[in-house]
Ligand binder design. Structure first.
Ligand SMILES: C[S@@+](CC[C@H](N)C(=O)[O-])C[C@H]1O[C@@H](n2cnc3c(N)ncnc32)[C@H](O)[C@@H]1O
Length: 274
């Protein structure tokens, strides 16, 4: 089921909602499924809980939340991009998630308060104002309810053996990305500052890739998507082409291993009294 509310801001997600990006996000859900399930298993949700996946994209963790709250609980997916919501509707139908609905909009949202759990994954890393988003998540949570956030920290995204083209391209991309690419390292302080400091906990997961894994070349994929944005910031197009070409050769070498960004998870309770 889907409905729309007035979205106060137009979609701001710089990677867009093309079919290719939606497919990439769904594949990423598979990659992150075990880590996200592990996170949910640590949250002592009440029976028949009411949960929100903020910035759910084409699936997010709607399927895992559906299981976690049980058949009498409810899950809402919220995203400010109508194409993502249309894609999420399809995911819900395919997976027969009877207790899940989706809405096009953002927080603060009229229908959005008193949740037992408000979650977001890979939303803050693309955001210009992660503090405001975290505060809006806390506001949507009932006193004693949980706020859970999962974000990458690019600091640990490296290749071995190292290569100067990796460092240069990653630096150029980080500057063009539109958010703090090391936001994962700031989750505990973001939660505390937003007023959710009770029982604060943190965990992290990482992944390693070899040349046959699609994620081995994710940096090159991002470089393509952000090529025009980097060029508009004064980066020479020829320089970009040569960095991409050098790095493609290096990443294809059987001995090159890529360590993925750290997936940081932080969760805390909203205090019972302000
Ligand atoms: C990287 S995707 C992550 C999707 C999903 N959470 C997942 O883990 O697969 C970020 C999503 O957040 C949505 N988004 C970005 N800013 C938003 C905002 N202010 N309010 C609602 N949704 C937002 C985007 O449209 C996009 O679908």
């Amino acid at each position: 089921m889907a409905h729309s509310v007035e979205a106060p801001n137009p979609p701001t997600y710089l990677l867009g909602s093309s079919p290719a990006e939606r497919e990439r996000l769904i594949a990423q859900c598979d990659l992150l499924r075990d880590a996200s399930r592990d996170l949910l298993s640590r949250l002592p949700l009440p029976r028949d809980a009411h949960a929100l996946d903020f910035g759910c994209g084409p699936l997010g963790i709607l399927d895992l939340l559906s299981d976690a709250v049980g058949p009498h609980g409810t899950v809402v997916g919220l995203d400010n991009d109508q194409q993502m919501i249309t894609s999420a509707e399809l995911s819900i139908e395919e997976r027969k998630l009877a207790n899940v609905s989706v809405t096009c909009g953002t927080l603060p949202w009229n229908g959005g308060s008193g949740f037992d759990l408000v979650h977001c994954r890979l939303l803050l890393i693309n955001s210009a104002d992660p503090e405001a988003i975290t505060s809006s998540m806390v506001a949507a949570t009932r006193p004693g309810g949980w706020i859970a956030i999962q974000e990458f920290d690019w600091a640990t995204w490296q290749c071995d053996p190292p290569h100067p083209a990796w460092d240069r391209l990653k630096g150029l991309l980080a500057a063009a990305f539109g958010g703090d690419v090391q936001i994962g390292s700031r989750l505990p302080s973001l939660l505390r500052t937003a007023g959710a400091g009770d029982n604060l906990q943190v965990a992290a997961h990482t992944y390693y890739w070899r040349p046959h894994d699609p994620y081995q070349v994710l940096l090159l994929h991002f470089a393509e998507l952000f090529r025009e944005r980097m060029a508009s910031r004064g980066v020479d197009r020829g320089h970009l082409t040569s960095l991409v070409s050098m790095l493609r050769d290096h990443l294809a070498h059987p001995g090159t291993i890529v360590r993925e960004s750290l997936l940081v998870q932080a969760w805390a309770q909203k205090p019972l009294r302000p």
